[in-house]
Design a protein. Structure first.
Lengths: 483, 483
């Protein structure tokens, strides 16, 4: 039996928390004195009262939480948060279409960053703040929510950790999960504050610095400018954002180690080394092609444009300082391929994740070795430990299902009349939680022109991608519901 | 130590055989009395004398053949055959560029079918016959060559069987490989004769019927018409070709069973059932979209166009009766995806192969089951037998390396200025041994406009694809050359 009351209790408490963050946004609205203030208060009231009623009526639920309840809560929270989180956009009229408001909110909470807005600067500050805040909340997402809040309820959250921590290898930071969550939260907040200050020192005002820090650390990619980060032309600002995108795309436990002086441990981490090496390698390649193809005539700018776009896509942030679709064709192909890599496990990045790609490539390499030495036992190693075949088959299954979903989704998008590039780009960027795609949804365009059905469908892909597929697929499997 | 003399002996004998087939083409040239006759005789002379010298000087080689010698011969024979096989095209001036002649010949022997010819009908009959014949020879390729010729030399060819039989599961037809090879050869010839007669009864003349039968059974796709099979508008001809393409894309051991009255065994074969079901399913979908999108206004033609294009691409034949790039966008996306499936193992088809795709999907499905029942042992089954994890990791490695090669090759093609569609389409169609691609190399276009470097590179991809990657990759691996 599924403990439905416990699920409702937790959802109720989480809704109250969402309402509290709306109240925070209402403070921003009040400071700027714009028209959005009352709508934040109404939205917060709705969240807190419904959440309150849910919590109060289920307060006496049995405090046990199984794997299935964990899966259900993790999958539901994004949907519920998005339906309530769209209220400020929708009630204030900032986004008049309900579908658009849902798309924008789901794109926020899943830290995707695909947008339907055609005139971002016209929106009031409270709305822009809320839009960035939902990415920030989504970024650490259920890692922190489930690890900090659920243990407070006195229930073991380890089952959620299994369901939610991105990537197949979840190194335990500390045996006590609530502690872990709080430590990661502190690091997350710390980075956000430091980035805000560094951006504020540059050409951004405090408001824009806060909003961009929110969406950098979440690898979300929402900007307060229609032109994205391209609106800020100073190399300083762009380099700061590159550095923090890179940090946000790395495993947060590494940041924890680094901040405690264990820097060597960071560079001993195999996923990090591949992540770092790959970013450098691809950026050098892109910078070279940018310069020698004549797309960019200045070496520093070629390096900066390359680094920015490469880091933005591999970390699945999705900011843009250039339109890669108008670059030399090789570069848009490279950018497209980056969409299938994604950040590190344990980061806020989406996508397939560096560790999975590395395991896959290593397995392929060792398979060749095995072909020549058919009797030798050659296990794949990661971080000096042998990786069990079970993990390899799991990674394989993940990627197969990921690609299968991409394939079927492309076909669904194409029914709306979109060509291969646009269909593939929209699907890859949404399931990878990136932001911009290819063709008609490239970095210089947006998702406003997609029909309503397509927006709901892409929102669903964002959710699937954010929950690393298995969680959601399981919910639709009849096996899951059998006792 | 690699037994180099034995390698040279076998290559010599094979060259003599190639020369003999050139003499066969010279008969066709003589019948039509066109200008290509002397060039066939010269080419045959060159092949037979070089082959003869190689065989004669290495006649005393030790008659032992290891795995490595097997790999080397299999990989080399396509290159050597292509370099000699281009002689009639090049010497006669039918294809004035050496690069083009090599591309066309490699595309023939690998049964790819991508062409650089802009005016096929202008060529003499001998040349057209040779062009079809090299596909026919390539089609059963080294399966037959290595199984029929090598045992005649008194050496066990089983190691070649390991290196060459397409697909991971090689069911033994008979313990005696020479027998097997001869039986498959008989079936192959039989099908070719039957198809020739059936096509001849229709609107084709005998010459065109023979040439198209050659390239159907090889899943090659070279046509004697610039417009490909679209030049033959009668539904009868198109249906005949659909049926034989389908047969050629199925495992030949199934044909052996069927022709011996064991039809039930055919439908019990799991790969065949997926292959059959998938063709029907996708064809129905394509026919539906074709009809309801208004691309084709006639139900019978919609079904026929769908079946033809679907079967042509999944079997990697590459004939066309319609330009799928001008169809409703969904359809060109489906056609593109078919390029990544390929024929059955043990067929003349290229690509990834149905069995690998099925194993991958099954593994993914079972992984989901395992997630819910983490303690249950749930092996993947194929043809009612449990598939060992070793085979699954091997299949995984195959597909990863395949996709990696596609990715890197796309980038290399894009350096020549081709966009995503053309780069991806050219690479996918060449490594999959299909024929037509996307964009500027679609079914209504050809490969003439590709720069020389690109043609050599794509020829290499055809070879890699034909040899199912591992064989070629191993040759470039330092491990391979260590004792």
């Amino acid at each position: 039996m599924i403990n439905g009351r416990m699920v409702l209790l937790i959802m109720g408490l989480l809704l109250v928390v969402e309402g509290a963050f709306m109240l925070l946004s209402s403070v921003v609205a009040a400071i700027y004195g714009e028209y959005d203030l009352p709508y934040f208060l109404w939205s917060a009231l709705i969240c807190i009262s419904i959440g309150g009623v849910l919590s109060a009526t289920n307060y006496k639920a049995e405090k046990n939480l199984g794997k299935r309840e964990g899966y259900i809560i993790v999958s539901m929270v994004w949907v519920v948060f998005s339906f309530f989180g769209l209220l400020p956009f929708y009630l204030s009229g900032a986004i008049p279409s309900f579908t658009d408001a849902f798309f924008e909110t789901m794109s926020g909470f899943t830290t995707t960053g695909s947008s339907i807005l055609n005139d971002i600067e016209a929106l009031p500050h409270g709305i822009l703040f809320w839009r960035s805040l939902i990415q920030w909340l989504g970024g650490m997402g259920i890692i922190v929510f489930s690890l900090a809040i659920l243990p407070l309820l006195g229930v073991g959250g380890m089952q959620l950790f299994v369901a939610e921590v991105p990537g197949p290898v979840a190194e335990k930071l500390s045996p006590r999960i609530a502690d872990t969550a709080k430590r990661l939260w502190v690091i997350y907040v710390l980075y956000t504050v430091v980035e805000t200050l560094l951006l504020w020192v540059g050409e951004m005002n405090l408001f824009d610095a806060i909003c961009h820090s929110f969406t950098t650390m979440a690898t979300g990619g929402y900007s307060t400018k229609q032109a994205s980060v391209a609106a800020y032309t100073s190399p300083y600002t762009q380099y700061i954002i590159i550095i923090f995108m890179f940090i946000a795309g790395a495993n947060f436990t590494l940041s924890y180690n680094a901040l405690h002086g264990r820097v060597r441990k960071v560079f001993k981490d195999e996923e990090f080394r591949y992540y770092f090496g790959f970013v450098i390698l691809v950026s050098v390649l892109v910078a070279g092609v940018l310069y020698f193809s004549g797309d960019v005539n200045n070496v520093e700018q070629a390096v900066r444009d390359a680094l920015f776009q490469v880091v933005s896509l591999i970390t699945t942030t999705g900011y843009a300082t250039a339109d890669y679709l108008v670059w030399f064709p090789t570069l848009s192909i490279i950018m497209f391929m980056l969409m299938f890599i994604g950040g590190s496990a344990g980061s806020t990045g989406g996508g397939i994740k560096v560790v999975r790609i590395v395991l896959l490539l290593k397995n392929a390499y060792f398979e060749l070795k095995r072909l020549i030495h058919p009797n030798a036992v050659i296990p794949v190693r990661f971080n000096s430990k042998a990786v069990s075949p079970t993990i390899i088959t799991n990674v394989l299954a993940f990627i197969v299902i990921y690609m299968l979903i991409v394939g079927v989704s492309m076909i669904i998008m194409s029914f709306m009349g979109y060509d291969l590039n646009t269909s593939l780009g929209a699907v890859a960027t949404c399931i990878g939680n990136i932001g911009p795609g290819l063709g008609e949804v490239g970095p210089a365009a947006n998702f406003a022109h997609i029909p309503d059905f397509g927006k709901w469908f892409l929102s669903f892909l964002m959710l699937i991608g954010r929950l690393e597929i298995f969680t959601v697929v399981l919910l639709f499997s009849p096996h899951f519901w059998k006792n």
